[in-house]
Write a protein that binds this ligand. Structure first.
Ligand code: CTP
Ligand code: CA
Length: 219
């Protein structure tokens, strides 16, 4: 049977993927987060698994079904996500940073619920670590795919991220394009690589997942 003999393109490869939002606690009942559904990252994890890879998925809180055959680590904060990405990174061949990591987190997490009577209506924030930039600095043989979400000066901003974070591939989401973005099942993106940009058609996130992995194997 030919189909059984055929070697899958990612067999023997280790792929590390982050997905979903991060959740930054303010106090025991409140948090800062974003609208990421995790669908894109999960689609990439599923595609990588189907292509024969050993897949580790570092997932923020999402409402998606666990993927069979994918080693999933559930995390909450940007700091948790950074910890697990760094732990798995050295052994990996491909990294896809699809998570929408919070850029800021509360400077202090209150131990007790903040009471309105106390009129404490400001929260001091500090920057989170840029996980993708960190991995880009540390990489040896790994190929790294980042994402960028932009609403203006889309390609200029994205190109800067591609360079500053030392990516091999960057998937650019323009939140203002119909069919693109956080919640839906389709996406319309541009891929940035060293040798130029590739504007892709509107397609399902599942289809795009294969496309991204195909490009990442070529860079
Ligand atoms: N990213 C990360 N760690 C952070 C913030 C972002 O690893 N603390 C990653 C995202 O997962 C994504 C890429 O960096 O792959 C770009 O994220 P984006 O939010 O578009 O860009 P930022 O660099 O955070 O800049 P800004 O939000 O100001 O546009
Ligand atoms: Ca950001």
């Amino acid at each position: 049977d030919m189909a059984l003999q055929e070697k899958k393109p990612l067999e023997g490869k280790r792929v590390l993927i982050s997905a979903g939002p991060t959740v930054e606690a303010i106090d025991p009942v409140r948090f800062i987060s974003n609208h990421s559904s995790g669908k894109m990252g999960y689609a990439i994890a599923k595609a990588a698994r189907n292509l024969g890879a050993h897949v580790t998925l570092i997932s923020g809180p999402v409402n998606l079904k666990q993927l069979n055959g994918v080693n999933t680590v559930n995390v909450k904060s940007a700091q948790d996500m950074a910890f697990h990405m760094k732990a798995h990174f050295p052994d990996c061949d491909y990294i896809v940073m699809a998570a929408a990591v919070a850029d800021f987190t509360p400077e202090h997490v209150a131990d007790e619920k903040i009471k309105k009577m106390d009129n404490q209506n400001t929260i001091n924030l500090k920057k989170t670590e840029d996980i993708l930039a960190y991995l880009g600095k540390q990489k040896t043989n790994q190929k790294i795919c980042g994402f960028a979400m932009e609403t203006q000066n889309v390609l200029e901003n994205a190109k800067r991220k591609f360079e500053e974070k030392n990516c091999d591939l960057l998937v650019v989401n323009d939140l203002k394009v119909e069919g693109a973005g956080f919640q839906g099942d389709t996406n319309k993106v541009t891929l940035i690589k060293k040798d130029g940009n590739k504007e892709l058609e509107l397609m399902s996130k599942d289809e795009l997942a294969y496309k991204i992995l195909e490009e990442l194997q070529k860079v």
